[in-house]
Design a protein around this ligand. Structure first.
Ligand SMILES: Nc1nc2c(ncn2[C@@H]2O[C@H](COP(=O)(O)OP(=O)(O)OP(=O)(O)O)[C@@H](O)[C@H]2O)c(=O)[nH]1
Ligand SMILES: [Mg+2]
Length: 803
């Protein structure tokens, strides 16, 4: 029996089966059977290639639109009208037999329009040229379903059914069901909402039909059996479709009105060229193309040739934009300046993740130098010492205690004041006034604050606004994989050296945080949107403040902070340990501050404690498709953080909960060890054998510098050595307690960063190479400490063509 016959048979059985509670499992199973057969039907016969003769049209332009419909509805006529490309049109059916492409020039973009042969009922099973037509439709960005307005409304349903049968879903979004196949562990079935169509048993049956016995299923909406099957099949294509009713010239106005009011519909007449502009506008809207205009530095933007992005074709972020221009560009991009509706102020400094809007203007600011080598976040500093010393040679520091005057000016000013004290005669006074004016002029031109002089842009300090909504999220055990740990170390932002700078930065971070969580803190209301500009101004004002040497003199600041750092012992030198300790204090303050903010979110009854019930998974976990983030969410982690075991987390406990690797709570450390072990323990015997260690842990704990020969044999030999060192009781397995010594390598702690930063900064400023810093060395290299807020390219702010 052929596949089509089998489908027919099952369909007949479904038609015979009464629909009620008792039969719903059976019907669900039949649905899954049909879906599987339809998928088989779609697999191209062996030896054939893709769409078929005459149908393979090269993709061209910024988007692709397919015209599909029954024969003789006017598809070819429409293509000819919109693109100027002739496609044979005639009053008999099946005039068009292949795929004919044309180009629409619209809004500075080129859109490929494809005319296709008419399809008929049964197309999905291969009738006519149905299968080829459907294959081409699937390759397009949107579908225009052309319908004859004078024919029955049933045509639309038939076509929709045909397209559904081959896995095309029109004007629908993917079902909110998380589904992941696993190797072991059985089926875990969960839902975040009450389900009325599917229950656990039905889900098991459907999965059974697909011979899936280990999987995680999470329903995030009240989805149907068909939705579940769609998710399991995983090959559905969700497309936008506009229903185009042609030939409205032959029907009455009431009918036209009725059709025009249907969702996703446009009524047209090719013969009378009616409403074609509306059709184009609608098509444009649905395609969601984003035109981004590039602006070379110091020039006007190029408004003739936009870079065209779309969510369906690779995304609309700054990163996608850069990749569009050239793949190799991305590594040179420092940040971009954005003008347009996606920017909160003009221009906005944006990173690679910023999402661009249609008609934005973007200027790319490249890195000055390539920064290769190095490790983690210190990578970017690897060439810094040379650059900073270069700069110091070029211009003396703006912030030296009192900038020395040029010698002639200094002596003149001295003689001037002495002479005034001597109260000399009026004529002498006139001369002195003239000299004083001249002096003032000279002084004014000497002052670094004179706006007429070129800005000393190398010397500006810049505040960071490194807010990110995920920053305070608890680490998932899976982040212990070496790649994730490396990524985490890259993401760790520098620890502020100066508490004043840190508090300014925190204020801005708090504002951003509050905006992000406005709804949950104050109930659903209008977000405070207009504040962004004032906030930016505040930011600039704060930067003015720290760059005003009278008010914030970084040499004075260092002199003030020095005795606070030089404490163990207070010997006039700052050692690596002292600086590490200082950094650690600053980092702890930052971390505690963020924890306090997070507590505001979760401590709903405001009693100063977070209970397990209060701490529901945050939205980024609920919305995440990452399986691991659902997995770590469990009470065990919470209980481990609950040091006093009263079922509630106070501020310190909550902080430890968010940062287990930094905590001193032995229960949490134990929990972390357990999670790390569980993740690598493939045979689930509660301990790691050598193979599990080699595959899961070795790469993260070995010292890269130690091993030069990376052959398999050497890896095993060296791995064995480390394994034996860790295996304290020598039983050939690593227990939870035995992996504790390497926990620090899996989860770089704040101490690691604090030390790394201290050593780096000492390497910059330690002129006499004695491994410690004197006050003189520190005040002579202030930018080593303030480099994290150092801005090299201040000038970029002053391209104000768009203000
Ligand atoms: N009255 C009326 N007739 C139209 C209109 N648009 C197209 N037609 C006629 O409809 C007939 C079919 O047009 P085609 O463009 O060949 O239709 P098609 O959908 O490409 O047909 P196939 O290629 O066979 O699938 C032609 O005789 C056209 O003149 C319209 O707006 N009004
Ligand atoms: Mg045609």
């Amino acid at each position: 029996m052929g596949i089509i016959e089998k489908i027919k048979e099952i369909e007949a059985e479904m038609a015979r089966t009464q629909k009620n509670k008792a039969t719903e499992y059976h019907l669900g199973q039949l649905k899954a059977k049909i879906a599987k057969l339809r998928t088989q039907l779609l697999e191209p016969p062996k030896g054939s290639s893709g769409a078929g003769e005459g149908f393979e049209v090269t993709k061209f332009g910024h988007g692709r639109v397919a015209l599909i419909g029954f024969p003789s509805v006017g598809k070819s006529t429409l293509l000819t009208l919109l693109t100027g490309t002739h496609s044979e049109a005639a009053s008999y059916e099946f005039t068009t037999l292949t795929c004919i492409p044309g180009i629409i020039n619209y809004n500075d973009t080129k859109i490929q329009l494809l005319d296709l042969p008419g399809i008929i009922e049964g197309a999905s099973e291969g009738k006519g040229r149905g299968r080829q037509v459907i294959a081409v439709s699937k390759s397009s960005d949107i579908v225009l379903m052309v319908l004859d307005a004078s024919k029955s409304e049933g045509h639309r349903q038939i076509l929709t059914k045909e397209l559904e049968a081959v896995g095309l879903r029109l004007n629908k979004r993917p079902p909110q069901i998380y589904f992941k196949k696993k190797k072991t562990g059985g089926i875990s079935f969960n839902s975040t909402v009450a389900l009325t169509h599917v229950d656990e048993k039905l889900c098991y049956q459907i999965l059974h039909e697909y011979k899936i016995h280990n999987a995680e299923v999470l329903f995030r909406e009240d989805a149907t059996v068909d939705d579940l099957i769609d998710v399991i099949e995983g090959n559905r294509k969700y497309m936008k479709c506009i229903y185009v009713y042609n030939k409205i010239d032959v029907i009455g106005i009431d009918d036209v009105d009725k059709l025009a009011r249907q969702p996703n519909s446009v009524v047209i007449s090719c013969n009378l060229k009616l409403n074609l502009d509306r059709l184009l506008a609608r098509m444009w809207e649905e395609m969601g193309l984003v035109r981004v205009y590039t602006k070379p530095q110091g020039q006007q933007p190029d408004f003739t040739d936009p870079v065209v992005l779309s969510t369906d074709r690779g995304g609309c972020t700054v990163e996608d934009f850069c990749n569009h221009i050239h793949r190799s560009l991305i590594k040179d991009v420092k940040y971009v300046l954005v003008w347009g509706t996606s920017a909160r102020h003009y221009p906005q400094h944006c990173g690679l993740a910023h999402v661009l809007h249609d008609e934005d203007v973007v200027q790319i600011v490249k890195k000055k130098e390539r920064e290769d080598g190095g490790r983690g976040r210190f990578k970017s500093h690897s060439t810094a010492p040379a650059r900073i010393s270069d700069r110091e040679k070029k211009a003396p520091l703006k912030t030296y205690l009192s900038p020395p005057l040029p010698p002639p000016l200094a002596s003149l000013s001295l003689s001037l004041s002495l002479s005034f004290m001597a109260k000399s005669s009026a004529s002498v006074l006139v001369i002195y006034v003239a000299v004083a004016l001249f002096l003032l002029f000279l002084l004014a031109s000497y002052s670094p604050k004179n706006p007429n002089l070129p800005r000393q842009h190398h010397r500006r300090l810049k505040l960071r606004s490194n807010f990110s909504s995920v920053s305070s999220s608890p680490p998932s055990p899976s982040s212990s994989s070496s790649a994730a740990a490396a990524a985490a170390s890259l993401e760790h932002s520098p620890i502020p050296f100066d508490p004043v700078i840190a508090s300014l930065e925190r204020r801005f971070e708090d504002r951003e945080w509050e905006r992000e969580h406005y709804a949950s803190l104050h109930g659903d209301g209008d977000k405070p949107g207009k504040e962004s500009l004032t906030e930016w101004e505040d930011f600039m004002k704060a930067e003015e403040y720290i760059n005003d040497e009278d008010r914030f003199n970084i040499t004075d600041r260092i002199a003030l902070l020095f005795p606070k750092i030089d404490v163990a012992p207070a010997d006039g030198f700052v050692s690596s340990d002292e600086l590490t300790e200082w950094n650690l204090q600053q980092a702890a303050r930052e971390s505690m501050h963020r924890t306090e903010r997070e507590m505001d979110l979760y401590d709903k009854d405001r009693d100063g404690f977070v209970s397990f019930q209060e701490y529901e998974p945050p939205s980024w976990v609920r919305g995440s498709d990452d399986n691991s983030s659902v997995g770590w969410w469990r009470q065990e982690h919470f209980n481990a953080a609950d040091m006093d075991g009263n079922g509630l987390l106070n501020k310190t406990e909550f902080n430890d909960f968010l940062h287990p690797a930094d905590s001193k709570n032995p229960k949490l450390i134990q929990w972390l060890c357990k999670e790390e072990l569980r993740e690598r323990d493939k045979d689930r015997d509660g301990k790691l054998n050598f193979l599990e260690f080699l595959n899961g842990l070795y790469d993260s704990v070995r010292d890269l510098n130690e091993v030069h020969d990376h052959s398999d044999a050497m890896t095993v030999v060296h791995g064995k050595k480390i394994f034996e060192q860790l295996d304290l009781d020598g039983d050939g397995f690593l227990s939870e307690a035995e992996i504790e010594p390497v926990l620090g390598k899996l989860h770089p702690s704040e101490h690691y960063y604090a030390k790394e930063q201290a050593n780096y900064v000492i390497s910059l400023a330690d002129e006499d190479k004695d491994g410690r810093l004197s006050l003189k060395e520190m005040t002579e290299h202030p930018y080593a400490f303030y480099s994290t807020i150092f801005n090299e390219e201040e000038d970029d702010f002053y391209h104000d063509e768009f203000r």
